[in-house]
Design a binder for this molecule. Structure first.
Ligand code: GLA
Length: 404
């Protein structure tokens, strides 16, 4: 009997020592949705802001629309203690991080935090380098559900190895945590990210403008169109559990309503994470309407998880398609200019094909109802040539429902 017990124990512990670290599976089968503090508040973060934002996410209907994660970005940090454990800034987070996470959870939401693979974060706070396992355990003990992991102050580090270390540390800590890599696309994370993270930034930081590049000296941030153009060629790397991340949204931060609608539509077409970056406590009705448009969100959250593609670009109007479940499609016409454009699109003459997934709407033999996702009154079908006027910096977006 004792012998059997001994053998079982040996087999059990041998098996345990061979358990490979991995990323947590099943956490981001559709692109993550939530809010992040950085775009609007930068380093000005505190526990009241986070609590009020969680309240607003519920009260505004955003939670019902699918937003889940409240992510606190850079600058929540205080100091490490004598044993190396990180603590939040005492003045701004007097109740401690665990209490804040509990509050967010009590609203039925999830909590995200931020760190950096280097010695210091981009905001000069303590980074996780050399403390990865300890920090991962701390986050798990606080009940964190999502980690955004940045890339400042990483001289001498190899990106893949650094992100792998944190992935393994999270796995060992044992709490399922969505892992968001933020190395700005520098080392082609789409090539090696799938086994490591659930999402990876593909570009430098977004800037609150539709068509601009903002030069900060030795780095730039980019407008919506600039970021959109940088997604070229990346769609084959995205899918359930592993997403290209063209950065958090600027909806509600000062662009025009048309521009915000276009920005939101394009992020939906790209199967991008939908992470709001505005002040949820003070949203205009327009901003709320845009961020909670359930039809557009459904395009983003479609279970196939296929990133859309640019089919055509003529006279600065680009046409995007995205295959959806049940033989449906989404289409988005984007006017990149400030001038109004007349568009004409004769469906039956268009040979639309998603080459990567071998899917085609085949307009010559199928008819689809057109459901306008921003203007409910507009009803039509692909039988008729589409003719429309598209205002500057705006989109026309439809779901295509196949007629039986
Ligand atoms: C980098 C990231 C941003 C934000 C800041 C915080 O610039 O790309 O998204 O997290 O750092 O300092």
């Amino acid at each position: 009997m004792n012998k059997i017990l001994l053998i079982t124990t040996i087999v059990f512990f041998t098996a345990l020592s061979f358990t490979q670290a991995q990323k947590f599976e099943g956490l981001a089968e559709t692109p993550p949705m939530g809010w992040n503090s950085w775009n609007k508040f930068a380093c000005d973060v505190n526990e009241d802001l986070i609590k009020e934002t969680a309240d607003a996410m519920v009260a505004s209907g955003m939670k019902d629309a699918g937003y889940t994660y409240i992510v606190i970005d850079d600058c929540w940090h205080g100091e490490r203690d004598s044993l190396g454990f990180i603590h939040p800034n005492k003045e701004h987070f007097p109740s401690g991080m665990k209490a804040l996470v509990d509050y967010v959870h009590s609203k039925g939401l999830k909590f995200g935090i931020y760190s950096d693979a280097g010695w210091q974060t981009c905001g000069g706070k303590p980074g996780s380098r050399g403390r990865e396992y300890q920090d991962a355990q701390t986050y798990a003990s606080w009940g964190v559900d999502y980690l955004k992991y940045d890339w400042c102050n990483t001289e001498g580090l190899a990106a893949k190895g650094a992100y792998l270390t944190m992935r393994d540390a999270l796995y060992e800590a044992g709490r399922p945590i969505v892992f968001s890599m933020c190395e700005w696309g520098t080392y082609d994370p789409w090539e090696w990210g799938e086994d490591i993270a659930h999402l990876w930034r593909t570009t430098g930081d977004i800037y609150n403008c539709f068509d601009c590049e903002y030069n900060h000296g030795d780095w730039s941030s980019f407008g919506v169109l600039q970021i959109l153009d940088m997604q070229e060629g990346l769609r084959k790397y995205a899918g359930p559990g592993h997403w290209n991340d063209p950065d958090m949204m600027e909806v509600g931060n000062g662009m025009s309503v048309n521009e915000d609608e276009a920005h939101f539509s394009l992020w939906a077409m790209l199967a991008s994470p939908l992470i709001a970056g505005n002040d949820l406590r003070n949203m205009s009705e327009e901003t709320k309407r845009i961020l909670t448009n359930k039809e557009v969100i459904a395009v983003n959250q479609d279970p196939l998880g296929i990133q859309g593609f640019k089919y055509q670009m003529e006279d600065s109007v680009s046409v995007w398609f995205k295959p959806l479940q049940n033989n449906q499609w989404a289409v988005c016409f984007l006017n990149r200019t400030k001038e109004e454009k007349e568009i004409e699109f004769d469906w039956k003459n268009e040979m639309v094909k998603d080459e990567i997934n071998d899917l085609s709407p085949d307009f010559s033999s199928n008819e689809y109802n057109l459901i306008n996702l921003w203007d409910k009154k507009d009803k039509s079908s692909t039988k008729k040539k589409l003719k429309a006027n598209l205002k500057g910096h705006s989109v026309l977006m439809y779901r295509l429902e196949k007629k039986k």
